[in-house]
Structures are given as structure tokens and as C-alpha cells.
Design a protein around this ligand. Structure first.
Ligand SMILES: Nc1nc2c(ncn2[C@@H]2O[C@H](COP(=O)(O)OP(=O)(O)OP(=O)(O)O)[C@@H](O)[C@H]2O)c(=O)[nH]1
Length: 343
């Protein structure tokens, strides 16, 4: 009997569209299926990997830079080899691309892999219903990503009115005729939609054609990639953060700073939990949760944007450190943070 090959699904979508949320949903709803994940963070601190660790059957993390730019694909091959070994007993492997990755490059790497245990399983493109029209105006490349998808998830449907959602469904349908588009909130889609989906031949053809063009033009050009214009800035503090000052920073964050993610330690009595923070465009949320046992109380932030001044960002965040959190434990100081908190 022929050996079953493990499908490798690419999960892509612009910064903050909800890829990690969707992956976590899949992991919690996988039933008996065993899922392996490859997580590719854009920033140096692996926030995405930390946000899913613990739930996954097998995970490898590739931080600091887009996987789609790997000149040497042996790194990804090595990871796939590790995940696809029979002893891992995985049913499916999901590659969560960075929010700035070029999915067709990742698909090409999978197609080029000589690993006989795997097979390309399709592209799932996550679209942020609240941000898509704006993002696509600045990044027309996103249309191309939707066009080669095998499943489009119109995520954050809860953030738009019904009419806007219907318009978006229509637009997405036009961008990728014949491709299923499913509206979702918090990535809650039926896992069966992914696992039994075969990549469309015409989409694969489009990717292959690109590959041929690239060959004709020599080395492919990363300047045209989404991430060429973006940079990430990291901030780490062992000292707790001052809630009011941090809120001032977040409320006046520079326009080009599209994405912030990470964990914040305030250390204020009554609020000593880990506050996961997410900003996507204008959206801002804190999610309080207990620290893991033995986890170091740290603030770790990754900020991703265009034309941002890294030095000034770090200076501004430095001035948010609360050097004596105990003395400055004003019970009202958390109010601004709690306004954006969601449990
Ligand atoms: N309201 C709402 N928020 C959502 C939904 N899905 C995700 N979010 C929130 O959006 C933020 C970003 O979600 P992530 O899953 O981290 O997005 P991502 O695509 O993995 O982000 P990057 O890896 O940085 O590109 C988080 O605060 C999520 O809780 C949704 O359907 N509705």
C-alpha cells in the first residue's frame, strides 16, 4: 500500500489578520488529528511561537525574518523532515507564515522539497475584515495572495457590519473566482475545511509560472516583497511598565506602526498577571492571563511598521518603565489598560 503523505498547509495573511488565533482554534478543535506547526515570526522575539506553545503536537519556530526569503531552503526542509518523521505521527503540518511573507515563495519551497513524506496541502489566506480595504490600497500584492488561495477566511467578521461583510465577500469572490470564502470570528472555522482540501491545479500552475519567470530573470527580487518596506523593533524590560505612561505611548503610537504584539508586566498589586497586548492598525486589546509556572516576569514587545524611528520608539518605551512599581501602585493607574482588556 502506498504510504500516505502528510499535507503541508500554508496559513498566510497580512499582519494581525488572525493567523495565530486560527491556528490555536485548529489545535483546540483537531479532534483526533495530530497537527504539527512551523511558525515564522517576523520579529526577533518569537511572540507567535510563545502564543501557541503547549497546545501543539509538534512545533518548530523560525524567528527573525521572513521564511519566504530564505535563500537556502534546506532549513525549512530540515524542519519538515523532523516533523514528517513517522515517529511524530502527524496527520497534517501547518506553516504559519509571517504577516509579511509572500505565500507563493513558501508554496514553491514546499513543491521543491524532496521529502517524500510530505505533499503540498494548499494555501489558506486569512483576511482581516476590518482592515482589508485599507491594507489592499497600500499593498495591492494582497490581491495576488487571495487569488492563489485554496481557502479564504474572512476573519474578524464581528468587527464589521453585515453590509460591509457582504461587500467584502463579493470582492474576495471576484479576486479568486471559485475559491471558497468563509466568514469567521476569531478564526473559528470548521477544521474539516482545511484538512480535506486539495490545492487547485490552476493555482499551482500560477505559482509554477511565477517560478519560471523568476528563473528567466535570474535571482528573484526581494525588493518587491511586502516585508521590504517594513521593519521590526523589539523592546524588553525586566522592570515593570507604568500603566499610565504605556497607555500614553499606545494612544499616540506613530501612524506607520501598524502592529504591536507581546506581553506586558505591570506588577501593580491586583494586576500582576501577564497582559498579552495586540495592536493592529487602530485596534488595541490587552488579554490578562496567569503567568506560566516559573515564567520570568518580563515585558517583551515586537513592533512592526513602515518608516518608524526605532531609536525614538525605544526611548519612549524606556520612559514607560516603572522603576518602583510598589511605591507607584496607584489603584487607578490601571484604569486606562483595563478599558482595553478582554478576558
Ligand atoms: N475582534 C476580533 N479580533 C480578532 C479576531 N481574530 C483575531 N483577533 C485579534 O486580532 C489580534 C491579532 O491576532 P493574531 O492571531 O495574533 O494575528 P496574526 O495574523 O497571527 O498576527 P501576525 O503574526 O503579527 O501577523 C489579536 O488581538 C486577536 O485576539 C476576530 O475574529 N475578531
Amino acid at each position: 500500500m502506498a504510504k500516505r503523505q502528510i499535507p503541508v498547509i500554508v496559513l498566510a495573511g497580512f499582519l494581525g489578520s488572525g493567523k495565530t488565533t486560527l491556528l490555536n482554534h485548529l489545535l483546540s478543535r483537531s479532534g483526533g488529528s495530530r497537527i504539527g506547526a512551523v511558525v515564522n515570526d517576523f520579529g526577533k522575539i518569537e511572540i507567535d511561537a510563545m502564543s501557541i506553545a503547549g497546545q501543539v503536537d509538534s512545533m518548530v519556530s523560525l524567528g527573525n525574518g521572513c521564511l519566504c526569503c530564505a535563500v537556502d531552503t534546506s532549513e525549512l526542509d530540515g524542519f519538515l523532515e523532523k516533523l514528517a518523521r513517522p515517529s511524530a505521527r502527524l496527520d497534517v503540518i501547518v506553516i504559519e507564515a509571517s504577516g509579511l511573507a509572500e505565500p507563493q515563495e513558501l508554496i514553491r519551497m514546499i513543491l521543491a522539497s524532496e521529502n517524500r513524506n510530505i505533499v503540498y496541502g494548499g494555501l489558506v489566506e486569512v483576511v482581516d475584515a476590518a482592515e482589508f480595504e485599507r491594507t489592499r490600497a497600500t499593498h495591492p500584492e494582497l490581491d495576488r495572495h487571495v487569488a492563489i488561495a485554496d481557502l479564504v477566511v474572512l476573519n474578524k467578521a464581528d468587527r464589521v457590519a453585515d453590509e460591509a461583510r457582504d461587500r467584502l465577500l463579493e470582492t474576495l469572490g471576484e479576486l479568486s473566482p471559485g475559491t471558497p470564502v468563509v466568514p469567521a470570528s476569531y478564526g473559528r472555522i470548521d477544521p474539516e475545511l482545511l484538512f480535506d482540501r486539495k490545492p487547485r491545479e490552476d493555482h499551482l500552475e500560477a505559482v509554477r509560472q511565477l517560478s519560471f519567470e523568476d528563473l528567466c530573470h535570474g535571482d528573484h527580487d526581494h525588493d518587491g516583497h511586502l516585508h521590504a518596506a517594513y521593519e521590526s523593533v523589539e523592546f524588553v524590560s525586566e522592570e515593570p511598565m507604568h500603566p499610565r505612561r504605556l497607555m500614553e505611548f499606545l494612544d499616540s503610537r506613530p501612524k506607520g506602526l501598524y502592529r504591536i504584539k507581546g506581553f506586558v508586566h505591570f506588577g501593580i498589586p491586583g494586576h500582576r498577571q501577564r497582559f498579552t497586548v495586540h495592536a493592529v492598525g487602530d485596534f488595541l486589546r490587552f488579554y490578562p492571563s496567569p503567568w506560566a509556572r516559573g515564567e520570568q516576569r518580563l515585558t517583551q514587545l515586537v513592533m512592526i511598521g513602515r518608516g518608524v524611528d526605532a531609536v525614538s520608539l525605544r526611548e519612549r518605551l524606556d520612559s514607560c518603565r516603572n522603576r518602583s512599581a510598589e511605591q507607584n501602585a496607584d489603584p487607578n493607574s490601571m484604569w486606562g489598560v483595563l478599558r482595553y482588556a478582554q478576558s
